[in-house]
Design a binder for this molecule. Structure first.
Ligand SMILES: [Fe+2]
Length: 331
């Protein structure tokens, strides 16, 4: 692939306190160099001789490719971030920023604070939309590596010295202030609108249990911590209990195969949460059966291991626990 140079997005003569000379040098010598480097690396990879060259050389080239590719992408975003008056944020963007940072002022303090923290070093400060979380976050990108997987940067501040030294010398904070004065918020807003169209990663879908409501482990923890009455049933299969070492604190184990034996011990006035090992099958099925019998039952998504993954408290699942469970059922 041959990468094409993007024309300069901002109009350098309109900027306030950032000279055309600085932008020209930056565009030509740094953005241009990154693009040329990227094309050289790209050609080397295309012509790579797998029979005579080591895999380590290939891995090195691929690492260099990331640096050069991201440098071009981020420089294009940087030039596209400039050209406005930096003052007025369109409502949609101001609201999104206020939701995720508390207020536009707090966002600004954090963004500028990060940039000042990078002064004298190098790196990028990015405002990035994360589709999984549906939120904006400020981040540092070192070595041109915008390393929030799946994140979509919508505003970029270049804190490499080449971005300001020519005009501002070591006075990085004056450069940061000038950048903030020139942000093109209407362009950022359009990029935000594009970013929020990016779908979050696909969630786990269990079509056969689509009509059975689930509850997250975090929600269950909250219920327990707030003292909400809830009946939590561990329905890991009986054969599994022979190797189980622990059981969720607050849960009782019940044999899912003998549901008829223990369903009568449950209260219909308190919610029921069921779970199995990973939350795929048995916990869902049990919740479904309980719902049909009139219980307010949900399955805990992710099951026993999701509970452990959030460091939810567990207790020893020994023979005693198993015997006690059986005794409770039959008593
Ligand atoms: Fe740069």
């Amino acid at each position: 692939m041959r990468y094409q140079l993007a024309p300069l997005y901002c109009r350098p003569w309109t900027l306030n306190g950032i000279s055309a000379r600085l932008i020209e040098s930056h565009y030509e010598n740094n953005y241009g160099a990154a693009l040329n480097r990227l094309n050289v690396i790209s050609r080397e990879i295309e012509q790579f001789d797998f029979s005579t060259t080591s895999d380590q050389s290939l891995a090195r080239l691929k690492r260099d490719e990331i640096v050069a590719l991201n440098s071009t992408l981020l420089h294009e975003l940087y030039f596209a971030s400039l050209g406005g008056d930096g003052r007025v944020l369109p409502d949609a963007l101001a609201n999104a920023i206020a939701k995720d940072f508390g207020s536009v002022d707090r966002w600004r303090q954090e963004f500028v604070g990060i940039a000042n923290g990078l002064a004298g070093g190098s790196g990028w400060v990015l405002l990035t939309y994360v589709p999984r979380d549906g939120r904006l976050i400020n981040q540092i990108a070192s070595d041109h590596d915008p390393n929030i997987a799946g994140g979509v940067p919508i505003l970029a501040l270049d804190m490499y010295e080449h971005a300001y030294h020519l005009e501002f010398g070591a006075n990085a904070s004056a450069y940061i202030a000038a950048f903030m004065r020139n942000i093109d918020w209407s362009a950022v807003k359009l990029r935000y609108e594009d970013a929020i169209k990016v779908a979050p990663p696909r969630p786990l879908e269990q079509k056969q249990f689509a009509d059975v409501p689930s509850i997250s482990v975090e929600e269950v923890r909250e219920m327990l911590e707030s003292g909400t009455s809830v009946q939590i049933i561990d329905t890991r299969p009986k054969h599994y209990t022979t190797k189980a070492q622990d059981i969720m604190e607050g849960a009782v184990w019940r044999d899912p195969e003998r549901l008829d034996d223990w369903i009568g011990t449950l209260s219909k006035t308190e919610p029921v949460v069921t779970f199995c090992v990973y939350g795929f099958h048995i916990g869902c099925e049990t919740a479904s059966t309980l719902r049909k019998a009139g219980f307010d039952a949900r399955y805990m998504s992710g099951g026993h291991f999701a509970w452990k993954a959030i460091k939810g408290p567990v207790r020893l699942f020994d023979d005693g626990a198993l015997v006690n469970s059986r005794l409770t059922v039959t008593s």
